[in-house]
Design a protein around this ligand. Structure first.
Ligand SMILES: Cc1cc2nc3c(=O)[nH]c(=O)nc-3n(C[C@H](O)[C@H](O)[C@H](O)COP(=O)(O)OP(=O)(O)OC[C@H]3O[C@@H](n4cnc5c(N)ncnc54)[C@H](O)[C@@H]3O)c2cc1C
Length: 296
């Protein structure tokens, strides 16, 4: 598949990776960054002439940052799945989502940076990271410096991102909302044909309750049912200010399903995806309420 490559670079610094990418780009011929290769190899693009490997860069880390976390781009799905701190953070939604991606072999190779940069509509880290208000740090090409982009604005369309030839360096998770005297909870849900399959639908929810038991903050994000993972903002708005009872959950889940723009493909019909969006959002919100009940 890569029989036509003429160069495979293995830089050890971010600056060198960007410099090599830029000089190869100027020299002509198609090329890409590569991390775990689990998307790139499957793509099988035989027009590629050069690759810049990212796995020797010092970007494989998960660090505490304030009340949140910073995750380097080459941290693998397995790193996230098994990280003790991430398994506790926000009810472990990111670790749980990473743990559903493919097989152990895929999770040992596939990275958070690759999952986001590939921007598949069905990527499993998209919805939980949207629910966590994640921000990505991009090192721009041609010495453009670094910029931070909210994940919601990073996804531009199916397999299109705000990278513009830049390198995704890290993902930042802010401290979760902690209303005075209140509590918060999260849940990730995924539906695939088999456990190791790409999602037919995936969904993440996060809610915070104030002291009076009413919802003060809500996040509902869905994947595989639109060109990009997205936040169902109208559904979120239906929850804020209300008690999270069965009627509120039903209304929000129904609204979220209406916000989807699913397609029919080999995995599922659009109708099934829309109906399962409703079901998964409902399950996620019920799981949040149950978690809040246990904590209270
Ligand atoms: C059998 C199988 C099952 C899978 N199951 C799932 C699943 O259940 N859920 C799921 O979400 N995914 C799944 N995937 C997809 C894939 O494993 C993930 O998306 C993975 O996280 C990709 O990461 P990678 O490091 O392998 O990316 P790569 O293949 O190395 O790169 C993917 C793309 O991103 C670019 N890129 C990579 N890193 C960066 C960076 N830091 N900055 C800029 N550009 C970058 C590359 O140029 C390339 O275009 C599966 C794949 C396979 C083969």
């Amino acid at each position: 598949m890569f029989d036509r490559l003429r160069a495979f670079h293995q830089p050890t610094t971010t600056q060198a990776a960007l410099r090599l990418f830029e000089s190869e780009r100027r020299a002509g011929g198609a090329g890409r960054f590569v991390a775990g290769g689990t998307d790139l190899v499957v793509e099988g693009d035989r027009s590629l002439r050069w690759l810049v490997d990212l796995t020797r860069l010092p970007l494989r880390y998960v660090k505490r940052r304030g009340g949140g976390w910073t995750i380097g781009a080459t941290a693998t799905m397995a790193d996230l799945e098994h990280h003790a701190g991430l398994r506790r953070f926000a009810d472990g939604i990111l670790a749980a989502a990473a743990g559903t991606a493919g097989s152990p072999q895929i999770r040992n190779m596939g990275t958070i940076g690759g999952n986001l940069a590939n921007a598949s509509p069905a990527c499993d880290l998209g919805p939980p990271l949207l629910a966590l208000d994640a921000v990505v740090v991009i090192a721009g090409r041609r010495g453009a410096g670094r910029r931070t982009v909210p994940l919601e604005r990073f996804f531009k369309g199916g397999h299109r991102t705000a990278l513009n030839g830049g390198l995704l360096v890290e993902v930042r998770l802010p401290a979760p909302p902690t209303p005075a005297g209140g509590r918060a909870a999260w849940s990730f849900q995924k539906l695939g044909r088999l456990q190791s399959d790409i999602a037919v639908v995936n969904a993440a929810a996060g809610v915070a309750l104030g002291r009076d038991g009413r919802c003060t903050w809500a996040r509902i994000a869905l994947g595989a049912v639109a060109p990009t993972p997205f936040r169902a903002r109208r559904a979120e708005a239906l929850l804020v200010g209300r008690a999270l009872d069965a009627a509120a959950i039903e209304a929000a889940a129904g609204r979220a399903a209406l916000e989807t723009r699913p397609v029919s493909d080999v995995r599922s019909s659009a109708e099934y995806r829309r109906e399962m969006s409703r079901v998964l959002v409902s399950r996620a919100l019920i799981a949040c309420v149950e978690s809040l009940g246990r904590a209270g």
